[in-house]
Design a protein around this ligand. Structure first.
Ligand code: PMP
Length: 409
């Protein structure tokens, strides 16, 4: 490690031909420490590279990195969220509407200070929104992070129906917990008998139910969810993931929290215009929140996200009107899709529609050629594509392109 004249101290170890081979060491050691002089600020990368003084390397670079990785990670596939250039983006269940005016809030943020680790102001607002106490809420960097925390806290086996949101399985596998996957029935509803049997035999610690479900779009029968909550009372936590609840005509499970101590409700702001901020939260009994909070990283919700989310949540009217417009566009799009020959849309309670179509691979590529990006559900629901509800104009472009591309079959 050494000090460069302008205050940059860098220690960097990486493979190099000069250094002696270390027996049995295929390990790459990387150790960076950057200290930036308060006078000069951050140096451009090129200049930092010029000032690297100390480089220690190992030349046994030809190695099998896999043998250092835990087997459950080796066999894991990463969540696919490709950035595909397009004109009309309808593949990720985001809202087509943002909240431009919140940019004013940015001026109030002290970037030199850590964020509020408890996100107190945001939790207070959420608590008023949902009629619960702040002690019943835990904030996450998106609900993805909360899935991680829940599995870390409660462990496995982790049970979930399929097809559903892929992160339940990915995170369970990453943490090394057993997964129990129970296929949905023909109506995309929960297979109650199979789930109850699995609960009895395998005693899952956690059960994830996304309702409305991604990617099928339907809500599961409340009666079946209640039976699951009831039968698992003494050994499983039931997480009802209500990411798409704002678009649903059905009642959510929040009112049941008082009576069901093993129930956790998960929500996100990602689907209602704030996907870029990464704000999710769980609502549950305070004892559950207390335990999950132990595994939360201290500053998991950054200052910008906290401040903007507060600003947006205060403006309920705008948010409600955006949701209303998405729901009405969903119905409109559903009716129009139903009228196209060879296309079978499934009814949706979410901000997307799953639809059956002949030759989905070709249709998906054809749409992209016309600038429209939708999600190919190959592997999850074969023979189907999933389209997110966009603005009226985006939906019009999508429909026009779909009619053109599908007429060529
Ligand atoms: N739950 C479901 C059912 C989802 O579909 C998604 C995102 N696609 C999430 C959770 C994750 O949301 P977030 O952006 O809050 O991590």
């Amino acid at each position: 490690m050494g000090r460069a004249r302008e205050g940059v101290i860098i220690s960097f170890s990486s493979p190099s031909p000069q250094s002696p081979p270390i027996k049995g060491a295929g390990r790459i050691m990387l150790n960076f420490s950057f200290f930036f002089c308060h006078k000069t600020g951050m140096l451009p990368l090129k200049r930092i590279q010029n000032r690297v003084r100390h480089v220690v390397c190992y030349n046994s670079f030809a190695m099998d990195i896999k043998k250092f990785i835990r087997p459950n990670i080796c066999s894991l596939s990463a969540y696919e969220a490709k950035e595909i250039p397009c004109k009309v983006k309808l593949d990720a269940n985001e809202s087509p509407y943002g909240f431009k005016k919140v940019l004013k809030t940015l001026k109030t943020i002290e970037t030199n200070r850590y964020p509020d680790p408890e996100a107190k102001a945001l939790k207070k607002l959420i608590s008023r929104y949902f009629g619960v106490k702040p002690e019943n809420i835990l904030q996450g960097n998106g609900s993805d992070e909360l899935i991680y925390y829940l599995i870390t806290t409660f462990g496995g086996p982790v049970l979930y129906p399929t097809p559903t949101f892929s992160m339940y399985g990915i995170i369970a596998q990453a943490i090394g917990e057993k997964r129990i996957e129970i296929p949905l029935d023909e109506e995309f509803d929960l297979d109650l008998q199979k789930i109850l049997t699995a609960i009895k035999k395998q005693m899952p610690k956690l059960i994830f139910l996304s309702s409305p479900n991604n990617p099928t779009g339907n809500c599961f029968s409340s009666e079946r969810i209640l039976k699951i909550i009831d039968s698992a009372l003494s050994f499983s936590m039931i997480v009802v993931d209500e990411a798409y609840q704002p678009f649903s005509s059905k009642m959510g499970f929040l009112p049941l929290l008082k009576d069901c101590k093993n129930l956790v409700i998960m929500r996100t702001l990602s689907k209602i215009g704030l996907a870029g901020l990464r704000v999710g939260f769980i609502i549950a009994d305070k004892e559950i929140i207390k335990e999950v909070n132990k595994v939360r990283l201290p500053f998991n919700l950054n200052s910008l996200s906290q401040a903007i989310a507060i600003e947006v949540l205060k403006d309920r009217k705008t948010m409600q009107s955006q949701i209303k417009s998405i729901v009405s566009e969903r119905e409109n799009l559903f009716n129009k899709l139903s009228k196209i020959n060879g296309i079978g849309p499934y009814p949706s309670e979410a901000n997307f529609i799953l639809f059956k179509i002949k030759d989905p691979d070709r249709i998906c590529k054809g749409l992209l050629k016309k600038g429209v990006l939708v999600r190919n559900m190959k592997g999850a629901v074969d023979g189907c594509l999933r389209v997110t509800i966009g603005t009226p104009e985006e939906n019009r472009i999508f429909l026009k392109a779909l009619k053109k591309v599908s007429s060529k079959i």
